[in-house]
Design a protein around this ligand. Sequence first.
Ligand code: DC
Length: 244
Amino acid sequence: MEHSQNKITIAIDGYSSCGKSTLAKALSKHLNYIFIDTGAMYRGVTYFALKNGIIDSEGKINQEQLENEIEHIELNFGEQEANGSRALFVNGVDASEAIRSLEISNYVSEIAAIECVRTQLVKQQQVLGENGGVVLDGRDIGTVVFPNAGLKLFITASPEIRAQRRYNELKAKDSNVDLEAIRANLKHRDLIDTTRKIGPLVQATDAIVIDNSDLNQEEQFELALSYFYKACQQNSNIASDCNY
Ligand code: DC
Protein backbone atom coordinates (compact mmCIF):
# COMPACT_ATOMS: atom_id res chain seq x y z
CA MET A 1 0.00 0.00 0.00
CA GLU A 2 1.49 3.30 -1.01
CA HIS A 3 1.07 6.26 1.29
CA SER A 4 2.21 9.78 0.74
CA GLN A 5 2.88 12.37 3.42
CA ASN A 6 1.77 15.14 1.09
CA LYS A 7 -1.64 13.72 0.31
CA ILE A 8 -4.53 14.92 2.42
CA THR A 9 -7.13 12.99 4.39
CA ILE A 10 -10.69 13.34 3.12
CA ALA A 11 -13.44 12.85 5.71
CA ILE A 12 -16.95 12.19 4.40
CA ASP A 13 -19.70 12.05 7.02
CA GLY A 14 -23.46 12.00 6.81
CA TYR A 15 -26.68 10.05 7.26
CA SER A 16 -27.26 6.45 6.20
CA SER A 17 -27.94 5.83 2.51
CA CYS A 18 -27.13 9.27 1.22
CA GLY A 19 -24.41 8.24 -1.19
CA LYS A 20 -21.30 8.74 0.94
CA SER A 21 -19.65 5.49 -0.12
CA THR A 22 -20.35 6.06 -3.81
CA LEU A 23 -18.72 9.47 -3.59
CA ALA A 24 -15.83 8.20 -1.47
CA LYS A 25 -15.16 5.39 -3.94
CA ALA A 26 -15.23 7.72 -6.95
CA LEU A 27 -12.90 10.26 -5.30
CA SER A 28 -10.43 7.61 -4.13
CA LYS A 29 -10.31 6.08 -7.61
CA HIS A 30 -9.81 9.44 -9.30
CA LEU A 31 -7.17 10.65 -6.86
CA ASN A 32 -5.51 7.26 -6.35
CA TYR A 33 -6.27 7.47 -2.65
CA ILE A 34 -7.16 4.56 -0.35
CA PHE A 35 -10.88 4.18 0.39
CA ILE A 36 -11.94 3.15 3.90
CA ASP A 37 -15.62 2.34 4.36
CA THR A 38 -15.88 2.67 8.15
CA GLY A 39 -19.58 1.69 8.14
CA ALA A 40 -18.53 -1.69 6.73
CA MET A 41 -16.28 -2.12 9.78
CA TYR A 42 -19.22 -1.55 12.18
CA ARG A 43 -21.25 -3.95 10.03
CA GLY A 44 -18.41 -6.50 10.28
CA VAL A 45 -18.52 -6.39 14.07
CA THR A 46 -22.32 -6.81 13.92
CA TYR A 47 -21.88 -9.81 11.61
CA PHE A 48 -19.46 -11.36 14.10
CA ALA A 49 -21.86 -10.66 16.99
CA LEU A 50 -24.76 -12.36 15.20
CA LYS A 51 -22.65 -15.36 14.17
CA ASN A 52 -21.26 -15.86 17.67
CA GLY A 53 -24.38 -15.50 19.79
CA ILE A 54 -23.41 -12.07 21.15
CA ILE A 55 -26.78 -10.96 19.81
CA ASP A 56 -29.34 -13.52 20.97
CA SER A 57 -32.49 -14.70 19.16
CA GLU A 58 -34.50 -11.94 20.81
CA GLY A 59 -32.06 -9.29 19.66
CA LYS A 60 -30.45 -8.70 23.04
CA ILE A 61 -26.76 -7.74 22.92
CA ASN A 62 -24.40 -9.33 25.45
CA GLN A 63 -22.08 -6.35 26.03
CA GLU A 64 -19.76 -8.19 28.38
CA GLN A 65 -19.11 -10.92 25.82
CA LEU A 66 -18.57 -8.27 23.14
CA GLU A 67 -16.04 -6.47 25.35
CA ASN A 68 -14.15 -9.74 25.84
CA GLU A 69 -14.12 -10.55 22.14
CA ILE A 70 -13.72 -7.18 20.44
CA GLU A 71 -9.93 -7.33 20.25
CA HIS A 72 -10.15 -10.72 18.54
CA ILE A 73 -12.37 -9.55 15.71
CA GLU A 74 -10.05 -9.09 12.78
CA LEU A 75 -11.36 -6.88 9.99
CA ASN A 76 -9.55 -6.67 6.67
CA PHE A 77 -10.41 -5.07 3.37
CA GLY A 78 -9.48 -7.03 0.27
CA GLU A 79 -10.96 -8.35 -2.96
CA GLN A 80 -13.84 -10.78 -3.48
CA GLU A 81 -12.56 -14.02 -4.96
CA ALA A 82 -15.42 -14.38 -7.44
CA ASN A 83 -15.30 -10.97 -9.13
CA GLY A 84 -12.40 -8.99 -7.71
CA SER A 85 -14.67 -6.31 -6.25
CA ARG A 86 -14.03 -4.82 -2.81
CA ALA A 87 -14.49 -7.19 0.08
CA LEU A 88 -14.56 -7.13 3.86
CA PHE A 89 -13.13 -10.16 5.63
CA VAL A 90 -14.16 -10.87 9.21
CA ASN A 91 -11.64 -13.22 10.80
CA GLY A 92 -10.73 -14.42 7.32
CA VAL A 93 -14.33 -14.98 6.12
CA ASP A 94 -15.64 -12.90 3.23
CA ALA A 95 -18.67 -11.12 4.73
CA SER A 96 -19.10 -8.53 1.95
CA GLU A 97 -22.60 -9.65 0.90
CA ALA A 98 -23.85 -10.58 4.37
CA ILE A 99 -23.02 -7.20 5.92
CA ARG A 100 -25.43 -5.45 3.53
CA SER A 101 -28.47 -7.45 4.66
CA LEU A 102 -31.41 -5.80 6.43
CA GLU A 103 -30.74 -8.06 9.44
CA ILE A 104 -27.31 -6.49 9.90
CA SER A 105 -28.73 -3.02 9.21
CA ASN A 106 -31.28 -3.59 11.97
CA TYR A 107 -28.60 -4.15 14.64
CA VAL A 108 -25.61 -2.16 13.45
CA SER A 109 -26.51 1.17 15.06
CA GLU A 110 -26.91 -0.45 18.49
CA ILE A 111 -23.56 -2.19 18.07
CA ALA A 112 -21.96 1.06 16.87
CA ALA A 113 -23.15 2.90 19.98
CA ILE A 114 -21.19 0.60 22.33
CA GLU A 115 -18.07 2.19 23.79
CA CYS A 116 -15.60 -0.69 23.36
CA VAL A 117 -16.64 -1.07 19.71
CA ARG A 118 -16.08 2.60 18.93
CA THR A 119 -12.78 2.75 20.80
CA GLN A 120 -11.46 -0.27 18.91
CA LEU A 121 -12.64 0.76 15.45
CA VAL A 122 -11.63 4.41 15.77
CA LYS A 123 -8.14 3.23 16.72
CA GLN A 124 -7.97 0.92 13.67
CA GLN A 125 -9.23 3.68 11.36
CA GLN A 126 -6.63 6.12 12.66
CA VAL A 127 -3.88 3.59 11.93
CA LEU A 128 -5.25 2.86 8.44
CA GLY A 129 -5.28 6.57 7.60
CA GLU A 130 -2.27 7.83 9.52
CA ASN A 131 -0.20 8.65 6.42
CA GLY A 132 -2.87 10.57 4.51
CA GLY A 133 -3.92 9.76 0.95
CA VAL A 134 -7.16 8.28 2.24
CA VAL A 135 -10.87 8.89 1.83
CA LEU A 136 -12.91 7.68 4.81
CA ASP A 137 -16.68 7.69 4.95
CA GLY A 138 -18.66 7.37 8.17
CA ARG A 139 -20.39 9.37 10.87
CA ASP A 140 -17.59 10.67 13.10
CA ILE A 141 -14.64 10.94 10.74
CA GLY A 142 -14.37 14.74 10.68
CA THR A 143 -15.22 15.11 14.37
CA VAL A 144 -13.44 12.21 16.12
CA VAL A 145 -11.32 9.99 13.85
CA PHE A 146 -9.55 12.74 11.86
CA PRO A 147 -10.54 16.13 13.29
CA ASN A 148 -7.65 17.68 11.33
CA ALA A 149 -8.64 16.20 7.96
CA GLY A 150 -7.66 18.41 5.01
CA LEU A 151 -11.16 18.21 3.55
CA LYS A 152 -14.39 17.49 5.41
CA LEU A 153 -17.63 16.90 3.57
CA PHE A 154 -21.03 16.40 5.21
CA ILE A 155 -23.46 14.68 2.87
CA THR A 156 -27.20 14.86 3.21
CA ALA A 157 -30.36 14.09 1.20
CA SER A 158 -34.08 13.99 1.96
CA PRO A 159 -35.28 10.92 3.94
CA GLU A 160 -37.61 9.84 1.11
CA ILE A 161 -34.84 9.93 -1.49
CA ARG A 162 -32.49 8.02 0.81
CA ALA A 163 -35.11 5.30 1.40
CA GLN A 164 -35.82 4.98 -2.30
CA ARG A 165 -32.12 4.72 -3.14
CA ARG A 166 -31.54 1.99 -0.55
CA TYR A 167 -34.68 0.19 -1.80
CA ASN A 168 -33.39 0.23 -5.39
CA GLU A 169 -30.00 -1.02 -4.24
CA LEU A 170 -31.43 -3.95 -2.25
CA LYS A 171 -34.13 -4.72 -4.81
CA ALA A 172 -31.44 -5.36 -7.42
CA LYS A 173 -30.22 -8.27 -5.28
CA ASP A 174 -33.42 -9.48 -3.59
CA SER A 175 -36.97 -9.05 -4.83
CA ASN A 176 -38.40 -9.44 -1.30
CA VAL A 177 -37.59 -5.96 -0.06
CA ASP A 178 -40.13 -3.70 1.53
CA LEU A 179 -39.85 0.07 1.13
CA GLU A 180 -41.70 0.68 4.40
CA ALA A 181 -39.26 -1.53 6.35
CA ILE A 182 -36.34 0.36 4.80
CA ARG A 183 -37.89 3.72 5.71
CA ALA A 184 -38.35 2.54 9.30
CA ASN A 185 -34.79 1.21 9.48
CA LEU A 186 -33.30 4.50 8.24
CA LYS A 187 -35.37 6.50 10.73
CA HIS A 188 -34.32 4.20 13.57
CA ARG A 189 -30.63 4.41 12.59
CA ASP A 190 -30.72 8.23 12.22
CA LEU A 191 -32.11 8.49 15.73
CA ILE A 192 -29.49 6.23 17.32
CA ASP A 193 -26.60 7.63 15.24
CA THR A 194 -27.40 11.25 16.12
CA THR A 195 -28.22 10.78 19.80
CA ARG A 196 -25.62 8.27 21.05
CA LYS A 197 -23.21 9.51 23.73
CA ILE A 198 -19.95 8.60 21.99
CA GLY A 199 -19.08 9.86 18.52
CA PRO A 200 -22.61 10.87 17.50
CA LEU A 201 -23.32 11.86 13.93
CA VAL A 202 -22.91 15.60 13.95
CA GLN A 203 -21.69 18.01 11.33
CA ALA A 204 -18.15 19.24 12.04
CA THR A 205 -18.15 23.04 12.25
CA ASP A 206 -15.61 23.22 9.40
CA ALA A 207 -17.33 20.67 7.14
CA ILE A 208 -18.76 21.59 3.75
CA VAL A 209 -22.36 20.45 3.34
CA ILE A 210 -23.48 18.76 0.12
CA ASP A 211 -27.23 18.11 -0.15
CA ASN A 212 -27.42 15.66 -3.04
CA SER A 213 -31.24 15.30 -3.17
CA ASP A 214 -31.21 16.93 -6.59
CA LEU A 215 -27.75 15.91 -7.77
CA ASN A 216 -26.79 12.87 -9.77
CA GLN A 217 -23.59 10.96 -8.98
CA GLU A 218 -21.51 12.84 -11.56
CA GLU A 219 -22.70 16.24 -10.38
CA GLN A 220 -21.94 15.34 -6.77
CA PHE A 221 -18.49 14.02 -7.75
CA GLU A 222 -17.61 17.19 -9.70
CA LEU A 223 -18.73 19.38 -6.81
CA ALA A 224 -16.70 17.38 -4.28
CA LEU A 225 -13.67 17.43 -6.56
CA SER A 226 -13.88 21.23 -6.80
CA TYR A 227 -13.81 21.37 -2.96
CA PHE A 228 -10.82 19.04 -3.00
CA TYR A 229 -8.91 21.42 -5.31
CA LYS A 230 -9.80 24.36 -3.08
CA ALA A 231 -8.60 22.46 0.00
CA CYS A 232 -5.32 21.72 -1.81
CA GLN A 233 -4.84 25.36 -2.72
CA GLN A 234 -5.34 26.35 0.90
CA ASN A 235 -2.65 23.93 1.99
CA SER A 236 0.63 24.80 0.31
CA ASN A 237 2.27 21.56 1.58
CA ILE A 238 0.16 19.50 -0.74
CA ALA A 239 -0.10 21.83 -3.71
CA SER A 240 2.29 19.64 -5.67
CA ASP A 241 -0.17 16.76 -5.38
CA CYS A 242 -3.09 18.55 -6.94
CA ASN A 243 -2.43 18.15 -10.61
CA TYR A 244 -5.03 15.43 -11.11
O1 DC B 1 -22.59 3.74 6.44
P1 DC B 1 -23.34 2.49 6.88
O2 DC B 1 -24.84 2.58 6.70
O3 DC B 1 -22.79 1.25 6.27
O4 DC B 1 -23.07 2.40 8.45
C1 DC B 1 -23.62 1.38 9.23
C2 DC B 1 -23.84 1.86 10.65
O5 DC B 1 -22.58 2.03 11.29
C3 DC B 1 -24.59 3.17 10.80
O6 DC B 1 -25.91 2.95 11.23
C4 DC B 1 -23.83 3.94 11.85
C5 DC B 1 -22.58 3.19 12.09
N1 DC B 1 -21.37 3.96 11.81
C6 DC B 1 -20.84 4.69 12.85
O7 DC B 1 -21.43 4.74 13.92
N2 DC B 1 -19.68 5.36 12.68
C7 DC B 1 -19.04 5.32 11.51
N3 DC B 1 -17.87 5.98 11.37
C8 DC B 1 -19.57 4.59 10.43
C9 DC B 1 -20.77 3.93 10.61
